[in-house]
Design a protein around this ligand. Structure first.
Ligand SMILES: O=C(O)[C@H](O)COP(=O)(O)O
Length: 262
């Protein structure tokens, strides 16, 4: 019997490669291939499985050439880099690993929130520049402040849990959050407008879908409190520098100067 053949086209740990091999799978490990879509299209027809992270874009055009492909495994959460309808039309199963990095991401969001509250990046830059501007970086306390969690699934609910431990009041917008679950987690379920109006800090934990794309636009920002702090450890849409197309990118970035955007 011939071994199934899997292509790993993004950077995965050598341990992952070994797991495949231990199970009798022939692995082709090409960690930089995700960036080369022409080469990927050229060779994808040779594989039964494709293991990716976010760099590989499994577009309809690529999948067209994937004559024997049966499964795409996403080592990570977001599957916005896979054209699911095109995969489904070809009978290709798409799987992700939704819990692998939930705690990491939630802790990252809390870290950014505290960094924003205490103005750590600015204070660090100032100190590195040889200054000691103690009075310039007063910061704010987070105790008693309102945290608005947009998307209260795996990651959002861990963020809520940690924020409650830091004595914040947590409100959440998530159409899939049942009142029972909200009560269990200890958050108040609200609609998006309510969250935008009330929150002192807002943290985003939605997948990138047609419904969540640009969820925080100029109109949403206009509804926020003055001086609100916004944390995004989810996705961002941005223009590709060449070609003018749009691509989804993972970005953990935070913004404090929302006033300027109003
Ligand atoms: O969706 C995810 O799991 C995260 O954004 C991490 O993705 P990456 O590390 O593969 O870019």
């Amino acid at each position: 019997m011939t071994k199934p053949k899997v292509l790993i086209s993004d950077a995965l740990s050598p341990a992952a490669v070994q797991i495949f091999r231990d199970r009798g799978v022939e692995v082709d490990f090409q960690p930089n291939l995700g960036k080369d879509k022409d080469k990927l299209a050229e060779i994808i027809g040779n594989y039964d499985g494709l293991a990716i992270r976010s760099a590989t874009k499994a577009t309809a055009k690529i999948l067209e050439k994937a004559a024997r492909l049966k499964v795409i495994g996403r080592a990570g959460i977001g599957v916005d880099n896979v054209e699911i309808p095109a995969a489904t039309a070809k009978g290709i199963i798409v799987m992700n690993t939704p819990f692998g990095n939930s705690i990491t991401t939630a802790e990252h969001a809390i870290t950014l929130m505290l960094a924003l509250a205490r103005e750590i990046p600015q204070a660090d830059a100032s100190t590195q520049a040889g200054k000691w501007e103690k009075n310039r970086f007063m910061g704010v306390e987070i105790t008693g402040k309102v945290l608005g969690v947009v998307g209260c699934g795996n990651i959002g609910s861990i963020v809520a849990d940690r924020a409650l431990g830091l004595r914040m009041k947590v409100i959440a917008f998530d159409p899939f959050l049942s009142p029972e679950r909200a009560k269990d987690i200890g958050v108040e379920k609200v609609d998006l407008d309510d969250l935008l109006r009330r929150a002192d800090f807002i943290t985003l934990h939605t997948p990138l879908t047609e419904k969540t794309k640009n969820i925080i636009d100029a109109a949403a920002i206009a509804k926020m409190k003055k001086g609100v702090r916004l944390i995004n450890c989810a996705r961002r849409r941005s223009r590709r520098r060449a070609g003018g197309g749009r691509c989804a990118q993972r970005q953990a970035h935070c913004r404090r100067r929302l006033r300027r955007l109003r």
